[in-house]
Design a protein around this ligand. Structure first.
Ligand code: 13P
Ligand code: SF4
Length: 299
């Protein structure tokens, strides 16, 4: 039996579900029960009946699954797979911001550690950030930690938005010049970019979308070719689900090394040995859960 078959047997035996982010390696995407963006995977984690959740992504995603389903065993195959952006802000930083802006509500991008979520009012993902900020009852918002997603939201909302200086090192590498060159080479292609991109890249995009937003848009669009401004792992899914369309990186392929750590062998070992288990203190779970449950009210 190969790893994919062994994983299937173990998964059924143990009543486990495998959640996989759109940036994961192709072979890991293939064994997913659910493949999606941060918001879709949070929803699945919130509603699954499985006893074990195997999360193939990065740590903040697995933590989110644990917070939403604390009675379940949540494991991630590579415990060192973190998101550098999530480490760019601490709970103390948030408390200091709150002191400086006592009337503001805090919206935290889901790409944060659990102890940071615990001191915020509501979370958001790239798919619902604008809606969350628009609807939260305050005209003053502290938006953490991604300055690019925060500036993107600012374009649509007439509120005072206080930004934090965090960023995703992968999306920061996508430079306007190379994107323009790619557009010149393929003038018919539509440019889809993630809102973690720099503002000058967002300015020249045809659509700004979460990872699953790109999947849905590409499927429904009449266009035949697309330039993709995000982590290159998503191109595997785009090509697989749209064999008659063409997808190219908008510039050189950009890779999130943490997302690429997980291999099939790791998933097999994780399921067999039920490791690495996500554990969080109860007070952090209950405080961060409020912010995440509040987020799940928004599409
Ligand atoms: P999505 O929620 O759009 O999948 O984005 C997650 C992420 O980490 C982007 O870098
Ligand atoms: Fe974090 Fe960027 Fe990797 Fe997404 S692509 S997990 S934001 S480092």
């Amino acid at each position: 039996m190969d790893y994919a078959e062994k994983i299937k047997v173990l998964k059924d035996e143990k009543n486990a579900v495998i959640l996989v982010h759109n940036y994961q390696r192709g072979e890991v995407q293939e064994i997913a029960d659910y493949l999606g963006d941060s918001l879709e995977l949070s929803r699945k984690a919130n509603s699954t009946d499985a006893e074990i959740i195997v999360f193939c992504g990065v740590k903040f995603m697995a933590e989110t699954a644990k917070i939403l389903s604390p009675e379940k065993k949540v494991i991630m195959p590579r415990e060192e797979a973190g998101c550098p952006m999530a480490n760019m802000i601490t709970p103390d930083d948030v408390l200091n911001l709150r002191k400086k802006h006592p009337n503001a509500k805090v919206v935290s991008y889901v790409n944060t550690n659990a102890d940071v979520k615990a001191v915020t009012d509501v979370c958001c993902t790239s798919a619902n950030a604008v809606k969350v900020v628009e609807n939260i009852e305050s005209d003053e918002i502290i938006f953490i930690p991604d300055r690019n997603l925060g500036s993107y939201v600012k374009r649509f909302v007439d509120k005072k938005i206080i930004l934090w200086d965090g960023f995703c090192y992968v999306h920061e590498q996508i430079q306007k010049d190379e994107v323009l060159q790619a557009k010149n080479r393929l003038p018919e292609a539509l440019l889809l970019v993630h809102p973690e991109c720099r503002p000058e890249v967002i300015d020249i995009a045809d659509k700004v979308l979460s990872t699953s937003g790109m999947i849905k848009f590409a499927k429904e669009s009449l266009a035949k070719s697309f330039l993709i401004g995000t982590e290159e792992g998503i191109i595997y899914r785009l090509k697989k689900e749209n064999p008659n369309k063409e997808f190219y990186s908008a510039g050189t392929p950009k890779i999130c090394s943490n997302m690429k750590l997980t291999r099939l062998e790791d998933v097999y070992i994780a399921l067999k040995e039920e490791k690495y288990e996500i554990t969080l203190p109860n007070d952090i779970i209950s405080a961060s859960r409020k912010a995440l449950k509040e987020m799940l009210r928004y599409v």
